[in-house]
Write a protein of this length. Structure first.
Length: 72
């Protein structure tokens, strides 16, 4: 399974979810929260690009592969 590690990156950078929401220019905070907490089954490429730009990280930093037991 592949998950997003946005919350981890935000903690590393000392930034908040709300900060990222504002910086990324997204319009639906409810959907954004689901995305941040890996509670969604799809994500648009333009959303990935906006998040990477706001966090100043390459795309590969955004994702992590975990097995069903939760190990990386």
């Amino acid at each position: 399974m592949v998950t997003l590690r946005i919350s981890e990156i935000l903690k590393e950078q000392g930034k908040t979810e709300y900060w990222l929401f504002r910086q990324s220019g997204l319009s639906d905070y409810s959907s954004f929260k689901k995305l941040i907490h890996n509670e969604t089954s799809r994500i648009r490429f333009d959303t990935i690009a906006r998040i990477c730009e706001a966090l100043d990280v390459p795309v590969r930093e955004l994702f992590i592969s975990v097995d069903e037991a939760g190990e990386t």
